[in-house]
Design a protein around this ligand. Structure first.
Ligand code: NAD
Length: 712
């Protein structure tokens, strides 16, 4: 029999163990192995009861996600899935007890539900997280779970996807018994008790008294629909999950399962699910750097130094100490240092207020920060991260100082958002040790880290940065050294188009609302206000000479900045803000200033449709992304997608800008870009790669494959 699953005996109890490390995923062979062993045990007269358990550190942590991709790409047909296997387990005439430790997620929890009883280690976790991949449970999870936990709780688990602790699951009667001490011993004893009771095994599908009150359920589900529309804005899967669970209380088990299968199929073949699965695998793909040998020696990072305790330096410091790496924090003078430390303390204070950390934990973190005003104190650090103002001359001076004191083997990283890493590196005696580590604001929260490869950055430095990103809880994406790297460079056309749409007559709040509804975490103009309109203004002023004569410059946002409206920090930008508030309020005064600028510039007025708002802004991202890819400043299109999903609030269910363009069809995207070029000239030069792919009927995903071969 399959080695993935083994059968042993403990007296009159058979033990079926899943051994598919690391997480006992339901790869081909596992479900079949479990069923075969259970049937063997059922046929053995010496066996009175059966325990199903996971070997190693966990029960079955979920489905093998690669299998979903095989089905949607047509490499494999989805027959009837796990449904009959689970039914056969449930039909076993001897009691089957599932013993859960670690996690029982997705298909793992559906296996557990098909067993007659469940026991669990108190620190185990269970959940139906399928919604995070844009699908719903597909092996009767939406039908059995409400028979155990009630309709509303089951719907919440399936629609929100959050894990539930074993204790909670015990309270909710999903788990029959918590077992302190050795789980297998406890499970065997429990199984023996069930066999001795002489009662027929309890089939979950036949439990009918736990659904809950119909009127209460209707109220609970209406509330849940609202909640999931907020949390999973724009997505279908959570609503389908609720619909499937609702059907469980209404239909006989078999019919309910048919309904679930229909909804599952609909979700699996949706672009929403393909987008989310793309992001899931993308996060793993970006960790693979084709020209970095696997055995590059990593620099051991035990301590760090951060230069600059402003917005970013403070957040980066928190990121390091949260990962257990002590930090020396350097500033220019005592007031700046005090300000930086105060902000860090305040931020940790919020975590204490919210019950996420204890004061003792915060004190321990704060004790890991050593403030200083002297470069000399950086000499022990294994990595120095510079986060001073975005000014090349200043950065060069700072790096020259760092170069004087840092250990020869220290990583020298800059958090610059746009500046040339090679120029910064040239101010040191060791450009091979210099790299960009571009965090996103707030640095202790945002998951993205762009790792900028300088011309001379050594393999050790790059590999260390990638490994360090993981240790810091970030997703590291290697990017090339061009202005703004990947994320900020693409953000330029996106923000420009949002501003231009307003200049052409769309309302600020309409542009933002359209993109928010489409799935972006925030509207672009509200983002502009958050980041500070003066930042883009400065950049534009420096690049003004590059705009050909007769081409339209930025009118409205320049005018706003010149009127002292820098965004949230001045209480007004595209919107106005109440004192101390971050909530954007549409502002007639902004409208007046915009109209003034537009009139002076003679811009023709035609408010855009929602479709045009999306095409202008999102295709702006795609066209620039294609240029970046063509130039080799991103390794693969999926790297760009991951930058946007993790750094810029791009909706995961659309898979990232490049994946989204593939789903629209590059020909259609290219045709629109050409129309925009006709209307706006200089600003919309189509990327040669976009043109090539569109004309040859290819996708960005195919481009990736041709360049690097199929992803593993
Ligand atoms: N703010 C963002 O959203 C963001 C996001 C990503 C990257 N960045 C980049 O991070 C860097 C810092 O930006 P910020 O927003 O934190 O700026 P900030 O103005 O909040 O902080 C800069 C800090 O650097 C300090 N400083 C200046 N010279 C110094 C020196 N010689 N030694 C020590 N400290 C010195 C200043 O006193 C100030 O506290 C910039 O390069 C910026 O482009 C910013």
């Amino acid at each position: 029999m399959s080695e993935l699953v083994t059968l042993s005996k403990n007296g009159d109890v058979a033990v079926v163990t899943v051994n598919n490390p690391p997480v006992n995923a339901l790869s081909p062979g596992v479900p079949e192995g479990i069923l075969a062993h259970i049937q063997t045990a059922a046929a053995d007269p010496a066996v009175k009861a059966i325990v199903l358990i996971g070997g190693g550190k966990t029960f079955i942590a979920g489905a093998d996600i690669k299998e979903f991709g095989k089905i949607t790409s047509g490499k494999k047909t989805r027959d009837v899935g796990l449904y009959p296997t689970l039914l056969a387990i449930e039909n076993c005439p001897k009691p089957v007890v599932c013993a859960i430790h670690g996690t029982a997620f997705g298909g793992g929890l559906e296996f557990a539900q098909a067993c007659h009883y469940r026991v669990a280690a108190p620190n185990a976790q269970i959940g139906q997280p399928e919604v995070k991949l844009g699908i719903i449970p597909g092996a009767a999870g939406t039908q059995r779970l409400p028979r155990l936990a009630g309709v509303v709780r089951a719907a919440e688990m399936c629609a929100m996807g959050n894990p539930v602790s074993a204790r909670q699951a015990h309270d909710w009667e999903i788990v029959d018994q918590l077992i302190d001490g050795d789980l297998l011993t406890g499970a065997i004893a429990f199984a023996r008790e069930q066999a001795a009771s002489g009662k027929p095994p309890r089939k979950t599908r036949e439990i009918a008294d736990r659904f809950g009150d119909a009127a209460e359920n209707a109220k609970g589900l209406a509330e849940l629909r609202k909640q999931s529309a907020k949390q999973w804005r724009g997505m279908q899967a959570p609503l389908r999950a609720i619909e499937a669970v609702e059907a469980a209380a209404r239909l006989p088990f078999e019919k309910g399962c048919k309904k679930e299968a229909e909804l599952f199929q609909e979700c699996l073949f949706s672009t929403e699910s393909k987008g989310m699965i793309h992001v899931f695998f993308g996060e793993r793909t970006v960790a693979k750097i084709p020209d970095l040998p696997k055995d590059v020696k990593l620099i051991d990072i035990k301590t760090a130094a951060i230069v600059g305790a402003g917005t970013m330096g403070g957040g980066i410091t928190m990121t390091y100490v949260n990962a257990g790496i002590p930090v020396v924090l350097k500033e220019v003078d005592q007031p700046a240092l005090d300000r930086g430390l105060d902000t860090i303390r305040r931020n940790y204070g919020v975590s204490v207020q919210r019950g996420k950390m204890t004061q003792a934990q915060v004190d321990a973190k704060l004790a890991m920060i050593r403030p200083t005003l002297n470069y000399e104190d950086l000499k022990e650090a294994d990595i120095v991260v510079e986060a001073v103002f975005e000014n090349m001359e200043l950065k060069k001076q700072v790096f020259a100082e760092i170069d004087k004191v840092a250990k020869p083997e220290a990583v020298l990283a800059s958090n610059t958002s746009t500046l040339n890493i090679d120029e910064i590196a040239a101010s040191t005696s060791r450009p091979q040790m210099v790299v960009g580590n571009h965090f996103f604001s707030p640095a202790n929260v945002m998951k993205l880290l762009e790792i900028v490869r300088g011309k001379q950055s050594s393999q050790e430095i790059l590999a260390t940065s990638m490994a360090l990103a993981r240790r810091l809880g970030k997703v590291g994406v290697l990017v090339g050294n061009c202005w703004g790297f990947v994320g900020n460079r693409m953000f330029g056309p996106y923000m420009r188009e949002a501003a231009f749409l307003v200049e052409e007559g769309s309302k600020v709040q309409d542009v933002d609302a359209t993109l928010y509804e489409w799935g972006m975490a925030m509207g672009p103009l509200a983002v502009g206000d958050l980041a500070g309109l003066d930042v883009g203004y400065k950049v534009r002023k420096e690049a003004e000479h590059q705009i050909p004569k007769g081409m339209r410059p930025h009118l409205a946002d320049n005018h706003l900045v010149e009127a002292g409206r820098y965004g949230q920090k001045t209480g007004a930008g595209w919107y106005r803000y109440g004192k101390g508030s971050r909530t954007p309020v549409p502002d007639p005064e902004a409208e007046r200033l915009i109209a003034e600028a537009v009139q002076a510039g003679g811009v023709k007025q035609h408010p855009a449709t929602k479709e045009e708002i999306i095409e202008r802004t999102i295709y702006g991202l795609v066209n620039e992304g294609a240029a970046i890819l063509d130039e080799g400043h991103a390794l693969r299109s999926v790297d760009i997608d991951i930058v946007y999903v993790y750094g810029y609030g791009f909706p995961a269910f659309r898979g990232g800008p490049m994946f989204y363009a593939d789903t629209i069809g590059l020909k259609k995207v290219y045709d629109r870009v050409r129309q925009f070029e006709k209307a706006h000239g200089f600003w919309w030069k189509p990327s040669p790669l976009l043109k090539r792919l569109a004309e040859s009927g290819q996708t960005f995903a195919e481009f990736d494959r041709q360049k690097w071969g199929a992803a593993e």
